[in-house]
Design a protein around this ligand. Structure first.
Ligand SMILES: [Zn+2]
Length: 410
């Protein structure tokens, strides 16, 4: 195991500017004692089994997390992962740990490269201040804010719709079981809504319905239908099959519905680009604002490397400052070889290495100092050309007043 960037002659034991570990025995460690200088970059290398992960992750990171968690209230502590005290005689002078690993970022459909890096917030600020013809406040340009989101897709850019073709076997009549949806079996209450409606002939195959009959069947409204149950009859309002299934199976909040029900409905749904916003996620008012002929959705779709050039062209004194901030952030993304990403790219689709480098960029954008950043194999998957740039970013993180620990195999 080798330590780089360590000041020569650092005195172990009493130096408050160093993390001190005495007698570490996690996993294969045999009473290892060492000091790690703060506000430096220390690289831990060595073959597999040399103990670098045991020191950095299982001793330093675990103890720092464990002590940090102890500062929270009991209620919050219960939501956090539990850490056992690592096997060591002493672990001293730790600072707040931030682990930047290659675990996938994941995130829901609302998490994009732009939102997780905070760069989209800068672009929104730019549009709010300098967009034309009418700029509005920043929230209007957020697809995660009710003021900005497309109302048809709630800002997701995609909609789930009932797929009529999958719902029906058009070669059959209602009496023969033309409705394929779960819960609509011949004779059942849902089925009676249509077979008893008087609007269509229950013995006629669906592909013989004329336009009016099909419309009544799928989208009809008004009027009552009498349904029979074992205990009697009752009358309810008619509702066309497509509209009823959309209301009960698609538009309804399905979070409280059982997985089994959801799985049963799924084959009858189809996901597609939102017809209202065309996938732009924002409402027409937000999309009307433009800078340089492009709206904010156009910006989000562009490659980071192209967006840098667009920002560089905004050289009037009014926009220069905001544009400059966004450009610096984008240049960091490009500098670690991610210039091909677009801000609208879903974080769930990023590889572990891409995610790790984006996390690094995000940390560089914060003003927190005095942290211990711990990187797990940050150069994995990097083009040799980009390794030098990665090192520049690690140095920038250190120069902000942080301790940087890097575990590299080889
Ligand atoms: Zn939409």
């Amino acid at each position: 195991m080798g330590l780089l960037d360590q000041p020569s002659g650092s005195s172990a034991g009493v130096d408050p500017d160093a993390i001190r570990i005495v007698g570490a025995r996690e996993h294969n460690l045999k009473n290892v004692s060492l000091t790690i200088p703060k506000n430096r970059i220390t690289v831990f290398t060595g073959v597999s089994g040399s103990g670098k992960s045991s020191i950095v992750f299982d001793t330093v990171a675990v103890e720092a997390q464990r002590q940090l968690n102890g500062t929270f209230t009991w209620f919050i502590r219960n939501q956090l992962p539990k850490y056992e005290r690592p096997l060591a005689d002493a672990i001293e002078n730790l600072t707040t740990p931030v682990i930047v690993d290659q675990k996938p970022i994941g995130g829901n459909a609302r998490s994009t490269v732009g939102t997780m890096s905070d760069i989209f917030a800068m672009i929104r600020a730019l549009f709010a201040k300098h967009g034309g013809p009418d700029a509005a406040q920043v929230n209007l340009y957020s697809f995660n804010d009710p003021q900005g989101m497309c109302t048809e897709c709630d800002g997701l850019g995609k909609t789930v719709r009932a797929d009529v073709d999958r719902m029906l076997d058009r070669t059959k009549s209602l009496n023969e079981g033309a409705i394929l949806l779960p819960g609509y079996k011949v004779g059942g209450l849902e089925w009676q809504m249509y077979a008893n409606s008087g609007r269509v002939d229950p013995d006629k195959p669906l592909n013989e319905y004329d336009t009016r009959e099909m419309h009544e069947f799928l989208h009809g409204t008004d009027g009552k239908v009498t349904l029979s149950t074992g205990s009697g009859t009752y009358s309810i309002n008619y509702e066309g099959l497509h509209d009823r299934f959309t209301r009960l199976g698609v538009k309804r909040d399905l979070t409280n519905v059982s997985d089994r029900t959801r799985d049963a409905i799924k084959p009858f749904l189809t996901e597609g680009t939102c017809p209202a916003c065309g996938g732009d996620r924002l409402n027409p008012a937000a999309l009307a604002t433009r800078i340089g002929g492009r709206n904010i959705a156009d910006w989000a779709r562009m490659q980071v490397s192209d967006l840098i050039e667009v920002l560089a062209e905004l050289d009037d004194p009014q926009t220069r400052q905001l544009a400059g901030t966004a450009r610096i952030a984008l240049e960091r993304v490009a500098a670690i070889g991610l210039g091909y990403l677009s801000l609208d790219r879903a974080t769930a689709s990023l590889s572990g290495g891409e995610g790790q480098r984006l996390k690094l960029v995000r940390h560089l954008g914060t003003s927190l100092t005095g942290m211990t950043y711990i990187f797990d194999e940050p150069s994995t998957g990097l083009h040799p050309r980009d390794v030098g740039r990665l090192n520049d970013l690690l140095r920038a993180l250190r120069d902000k007043g942080n301790t940087v620990l890097v575990v590299e195999h080889d």
